[in-house]
Unconditional design. Structure first.
Length: 143
């Protein structure tokens, strides 16, 4: 079983025993989805290919909303497919990645303006993991 350090709102989580918190299973997959989606491409100098262009696609764009949403869906799909490739490389390299932690397929990507504050965009990503469980992650970004 693999694990990752647990992050909450960009901060590492400290467990009740004083150790750094870790995430495993479907919680790890959920955190991995958020991490690759919200990291701008080039934001990690060691792995400059890692991340997505979702912020550049949605923030401050003056194109028609249907075009922006299509572009955003493409960016999200690309990021999720990159995460799938990373997981396949981890497995091929001998790392034990559980079926709960691996993406089998993308179920849906919904992008909608916030009904109360139209400058915010609500994003829901739903994937099916390899143990046939649905893993959802939702977040809001400014437009």
């Amino acid at each position: 079983m693999s694990f990752d350090l647990q992050v909450n709102n960009g901060d590492l989580v400290i467990g009740t025993n004083g150790d750094l918190g870790i995430v495993q299973g479907s919680a790890k997959l959920q955190q991995s989805l958020l991490k690759i989606i919200l990291t701008p491409v080039g934001g990690n100098p060691v792995q400059s290919w890692y991340g997505s262009l979702i912020n550049k696609t949605l923030v401050g764009n003056v194109l028609r909303s249907d075009i922006v949403i299509t572009m955003a869906q493409t960016q999200l799909t690309n990021a999720i497919e990159t995460l799938q490739k990373i997981q396949a490389m981890q497995v091929a390299g001998g790392q034990k990645v559980t079926p709960d932690e691996q993406i089998a397929s993308i179920s849906k990507i919904n992008i909608t303006p916030n009904t109360i504050e139209p400058r915010l965009i609500e994003i829901l990503v739903s994937v099916l993991n390899k143990s046939f469980g649905r893993v959802n992650t939702a977040f809001t970004i400014p437009s």
